[in-house]
Design a protein around this ligand. Structure first.
Ligand code: PMP
Length: 435
């Protein structure tokens, strides 16, 4: 038995089945874009631990910062004894993500916790209960996160869910564009929002609209610019907080620090985590000062949030992203990947769409280009073959028929090309075998 198989045996005996296995791989160590498993097999990582290692696995600078900080202070609880690193990090985040004239921050441990707190802050700021979210959205596994999340597999038998959540169709141009321009489509979707708030929820009871500018788990669906600008106008008109969930799309993934920076739209609040700390559990809520300060003292916070070691990791990660110009690198990776995917689409009928923003690139598999019926079988077989050949790929989408690329942005051209070659060879085989 291999060491990897042995680990899975032990895992099966000891770990709840509810903790799902998305990819059947193990890891002993990882560096840059390469993962080494328990048996010494090397993989090119195109999943990045679900978008967490934009700055690469174990970047030297970040590891060094963690080690140094661990020697000085592991924990004090920011509510008890304040420390500089927390404030240093907030200063940096405000510089990178200004939300208006004056911006404030709270640090969290995870993406779900960021979402949870953003909703609490929005409710306090507006004194309203309702939240509007979207189909195919993913906002985490806490009770509020799950209630806002769309995909039913993530919430089986976990209800009752949080009340006062209302869901709109995400403006999915590929599936619902029906030959219209993106502008026309966006206007139609904004009219649906007006209709919705005149029939299903009183607009004056809506605290927030929460949206991922580019949906992550939903399959890298990119919200159209005109739609996002219309959302901003709608929220301004009705005193609603616009929240952008950037947990997956943030920190250089789309070629900018924030995906929203592609839209010329500012949110009232935004949520972050994942690549912010290169794997250390840290996230944040960023918002306009008056909104952030509407939260009463004691209503937001927690024992661990903004842990000093995690703050040190986040500051070093951001510094590294700046030094290595990872925003520019993301644009190069994005076009390299999408060009190769487009070449594959010339011969692979099953590829229905290639889309994304910067290095957040995806391809969607369909049975038929007209009906766009999801083809999860090709997607699943492709992931398996790539894994055998040493490439870790992640699926996405409510129908599990989308491949998304979340590679570290420090991946070399040679590694990326080798991974793309493996995807191409594997896809040819999958199609020949008529899976
Ligand atoms: N929001 C988005 C957009 C996400 O992609 C995720 C995680 N996939 C979350 C929230 C939840 O983050 P976490 O798993 O850190 O709680």
């Amino acid at each position: 038995m291999t060491k990897s198989n042995g680990l899975f045996e032990r895992r099966k005996n000891l770990v709840s089945n509810g903790v799902g296995v998305f990819v059947e791989s193990t890891v002993a160590e990882a560096k840059g874009a390469i993962i080494t498993d328990l048996d010494g097999k090397k993989y090119i990582d195109l999943g990045g631990g679900i978008g967490v290692v934009n700055a690469g696995h174990c970047p030297e600078k970040v590891v060094e910062a963690i080690k140094n900080q661990a020697d000085k202070l592991l924990h004090s609880c920011f509510h008890i004894s304040s420390y500089e690193l927390y404030v240093d990090l907030c200063e940096k985040l405000v510089e990178l993500f200004p939300h208006g004239n004056k911006t404030k921050v709270m640090l969290t441990n995870t993406g779900a916790e960021s979402v949870e707190n953003a909703i609490k802050i929005a409710r306090q700021a507006t004194k309203r209960p309702a939240v509007i979210c979207f189909s195919d959205a993913f906002h985490g596994r806490s009770m509020m996160g799950m209630s806002l999340t769309s995909k039913v597999n993530y919430k089986l038998n976990c209800g009752p869910f949080v009340p006062e959540i209302y869901r709109l169709d995400f403006p999915n141009f590929y599936h619902k564009g029906y030959g219209r321009s993106e502008e026309e489509f966006s206007m139609h979707e904004l009219e649906s929002l007006e209709y919705f708030t005149s029939r299903y929820v009183d607009v004056n009871s809506v605290a927030a609209i929460i949206i991922e500018p580019v949906q992550g788990e939903g399959g890298f669906n990119v919200a159209p610019k005109a739609y996002m600008q219309g959302l901003r106008r709608f929220c301004d008109k009705h005193g609603i907080m616009l929240i952008f969930d950037e947990v997956q799309s943030g920190f250089c993934r789309t070629g900018k620090w924030a995906a929203y920076q592609h839209y010329d739209v500012l949110p009232d609040l935004s949520t972050w985590a994942k690549s912010m700390g290169s794997g250390m559990p840290i996230g944040c809520v960023i918002g306009k000062e008056e909104v952030m300060d509407a939260a009463q003292a004691g209503t937001i916070g927690g024992t661990y949030l903004g842990n000093p070691v995690c703050c040190a990791a986040a500051l070093a990660t951001i510094e590294l992203m700046e030094e290595e110009k990872l925003n520019d690198r993301a644009m190069v990776i994005g076009s390299r990947v999408s060009n190769r995917f487009k070449e594959m689409a010339n011969w692979a009928e099953a590829i229905g769409d290639i889309r994304g923003l910067g290095a957040m690139t995806a391809m969607e598999f369909v049975h038929d280009k007209q009906t766009k019926a999801p083809n999860a079988e090709v997607c699943d077989a492709l992931v398996r073959k790539c894994l055998d050949r040493g490439v870790i790929l992640l699926k996405a989408g409510s129908s599990k028929n989308i491949i998304r690329i979340l590679s570290p942005l420090v991946i070399t051209d040679e590694e990326l090309d080798r991974a793309l070659d493996i995807i191409e060879t594997s896809l040819r085989e999958v199609i020949e075998e008529k899976i």
